[in-house]
Ligand binder design. Structure first.
Ligand code: WTA
Length: 687
């Protein structure tokens, strides 16, 4: 293997406010697509770098014909207006203008009409053993397209009976059960946009999102299994209902059989309603630009933003990226598994919507990766013979830490393609994934994208792109990605800059729900005429992209996207905290951890080390209550004052340096108002 430069780990995304490449990653290892890839996968769709380049060129030069050809692989109720595949009126894009279709139809009815109703669509595995079984005998459900179709239609009819009509937002707060996919498909079927809230979020987070979306109906479960215990989803919804009167109806799926309180007139059991519903429900003909879903994600302010995705562009783009990035081929015994939660965009696009139209079964796993043992994932891959596996770098780092003996106990030879998403992958984790999981024979697709982009934007194609550990390589078809400065001028090779997309792509966000100004301000202001991703990056000699980190106050904690301001607002809402500053810090497993610096109300100053620890514990619990456990700070530091500029801005750069253990004094502090503040913070670090 070629030599590598020591210390070649990319800087984790700790939210750099300046774009620089002080620590350029020098990575010389190149992995060509394996010679037998095409054979193993049933034919590579894109089988050489030349083929990629020529198709990419065509997709940029002639998007009209390129996208029309792909769109014709799916069903349309009415065609788009000729010449109107894309209309770009910055910042607004419209795709497949004038056409009518329905994504639920393309996921289900289309497969059934083509004679595949009895094919496996979703293979679900529960976390606990099947009822009456011992450990090692998990509950497995296999749903065909016919099964999914019947259940989806029943729920769609239930929704209509409860007064949901086209355009009404339905909130889904559920565990990883097939009914979550069914609920999404039922909403899509009747044209009611869904807003899925990750089951790890708190009741406050539910209330905030429900209010913003004016969502009158919530679908939830009694509970969700997680590492052997029950997450009380229904109780969280009850608490949310106490915080707002927007919610009129709650449908509750029985999963864990834990005790729940049902409120007469508001709460309904899923099984009661669906048992009486018809299994036939026509699809609403959706205009291409009708809203498909809302998904809340974190940004630079304390308020999460509802990212809007519409029907046709999202449908076509997630379909084709799934197909090419994972080389999905139906009728070849492929079984695809994405281990993300559907509560995040990865689950929307690459468990449900991109997969079902491709007719390769999608595996859904309910629980934790280390329950009952740290080999649970490898056990799943071996038992079900998973062929494509997609996970996050943070999970890979945890697996490395738990030890290679766990995957080594299992036969993982069914695997053909491995994927990663959500944060930069460090070369050590990449190599471990390649060697220990992929047996050195599976291409790794490191896919860069965002909630806003709807689908994968920069990614290797497994049969075509030579990979380099740590690089997400080249843009997908139709994606005109570039690294520019603030004037929109492209940066030279290996010089860091702003990652932008210069042309519209089918699944781009269509706005932030109810906040046009924030949409323009966040994505289309800093660099004129281009979509600003919010990441810094560079391109190397090959033209490969290397993501360096966020340029805003967003942090990727264990692959979960959080805004530092959200955590700050949660902290100051505690009676003891006067002011809080939150920054990212390097974390061995999570990639980025959360560091919080707080100034305290004098009346709440803890008395002695024990009381200090108590208060830190209380604050962590408070953040969990306000947002969710994923937002708990990894480190809390109490300080008399926060370092600020003369104009009163908190100097996050300095706090980041302190949080990452950099106690050197060569940080630029010329604008720091009170030098003693910094000196004190450093002292407490050393002490
Ligand atoms: C980061 C997740 C490096 C990036 C699909 C982006 C990545 C943010 C990668 C979006 C990757 C995602 N390499 N960084 N392969 N994929 N990111 O909205 O900072 O939860 O802006 O979407 O994750 O996070 P989101």
């Amino acid at each position: 293997m070629p030599e590598t430069t020591p210390g070649n780990t990319p800087a984790p995304s700790t939210g750099n406010d300046s774009v620089s490449i002080e620590s350029v990653l020098i990575e010389n290892r190149v992995f060509e697509p394996p010679a037998d890839f095409g054979h193993r996968v049933g034919g590579a769709y894109i089988d050489s770098l030349d083929a990629y380049h020529s198709l990419h060129r065509r997709s940029i030069d002639d998007p009209e014909s390129f996208w029309a050809e792909i769109a014709r692989e799916l069903d349309w109720f009415e065609p788009w207006t000729p010449g109107s595949v894309v209309e770009w009126n910055l910042p607004d894009a419209k795709w497949f203008v004038g056409a009518k279709t329905n994504l639920s139809h393309n996921c289900l009815d289309r497969q059934i009409a083509n004679g595949h109703g009895d094919d496996l669509a979703i293979l679900w595995e529960g976390e606990p053993p099947a009822p009456g079984q011992s450990e090692g005998n998990p509950e497995v459900r296999k749903l065909t397209y016919n099964d999914l179709h019947a259940e989806t239609c029943k729920l769609a009819n239930v929704l209509k009976d409860l007064g949901v009509s086209k355009g009404d937002v339905v909130t889904l707060y559920m565990g990883m059960v097939p009914e979550l996919a069914i609920a999404m498909l039922a909403c899509a079927r009747i044209g009611a946009p869904h807003s899925v809230i990750f089951g790890g979020f708190s009741s406050q987070a539910i209330a905030d999102r429900v209010i913003d979306a004016k969502s009158k109906l919530v679908i939830t479960c009694d509970g969700a299994w997680r590492r052997g215990s029950v997450v009380p989803l229904k109780a969280n919804v009850d608490e949310a209902c106490a915080k707002t009167d927007v919610i009129e109806n709650v449908i509750v799926l029985k999963r864990c059989d834990n005790d729940v309180t049902m409120t007469e007139g508001r709460d309904h059991w899923w099984h009661d309603l669906t048992s009486r519903a018809s299994a036939d429900c026509d699809c609403e003909p959706m205009d291409s630009e009708d809203m498909l879903f809302l998904l809340y994600t974190s940004g630079s302010t304390g308020k999460p933003k509802g990212i809007m995705h519409t029907t046709a562009g999202y449908m076509v783009y997630t379909y084709i990226t799934s197909k090419y990035t994972f080389n999905l081929v139906p009728d070849r015994d492929q079984l695809y598994w994405c281990s993300a939660d559907i509560g995040w965009v990865t689950g929307h696009s690459y468990i449900v919507y991109g997969l079902l139209p491709n007719r390769v079964p999608t595996l859904m796993y309910e629980g934790a990766p280390n329950h009952p043992e740290p080999d649970r994932f490898w056990d799943i891959i071996e038992r079900h013979k998973v062929t494509q596996f997609y996970t996050a770098p943070t999970a890979i780092r945890a697996f490395m830490k738990w030890g290679s003996e766990h995957p080594r106990k299992h036969d993982l030879s069914s695997l053909i393609v491995l994927g990663t998403v959500g944060e930069p992958i460090n070369p050590e984790a990449w190599m471990w994934y390649h060697e220990v999981i992929g047996g050195e024979k599976c291409p790794i697709v490191d896919t860069w994208w965002q909630t806003e982009t709807g689908g994968q934007m920069i990614t290797p194609l497994p049969g075509a792109t030579p990979t380099v550990p740590g690089s997400c390589t080249l843009p997908f078809f139709g994606v005109d990605a570039a690294i520019v400065n603030d004037d929109g001028v492209e940066q030279p090779t290996n010089v860091g800059g702003l990652l932008v997309i210069r042309k519209p792509w089918p699944s781009m966000l269509r706005g932030i729900f109810g906040d046009r100004e924030r949409f323009i301000e966040t994505y289309f202001s800093r660099v004129k005429g281009m979509y600003l991703a919010g990441d810094s990056a560079r391109r190397d000699e090959r033209g490969y992209f290397w993501i360096m980190g966020r340029i805003d106050d967003v942090i990727n904690v264990a692959g979960h996207r959080l805004g530092t301001m959200e955590v700050e607002s949660a902290l100051v809402s505690h009676e003891s905290v006067v002011e809080a500053a939150v920054v990212g810090m390097p974390h061995e497993i999570k990639g980025t951890g959360i560091a919080a610096f707080c100034t305290l109300d004098p009346g709440h100053n803890p008395d002695g080390p024990e009381a200090t620890e108590e208060l830190k514990k209380a604050l962590r619990a408070h953040v969990a209550k306000e947002i969710g456990a994923i937002a708990k700070p990894d480190m809390i530091r109490f300080t008399d004052a926060l370092p600020k500029t003369r104009s009163g801005k908190i100097m996050r750069r300095l706090l980041r340096a302190i949080a990452s253990g950099d106690t050197s004094t060569n940080q630029d502090t010329t604008t720091l108002e009170d030098f003693s503040v910094l000196a004190k913070l450093r002292e407490s670090e050393e002490g």
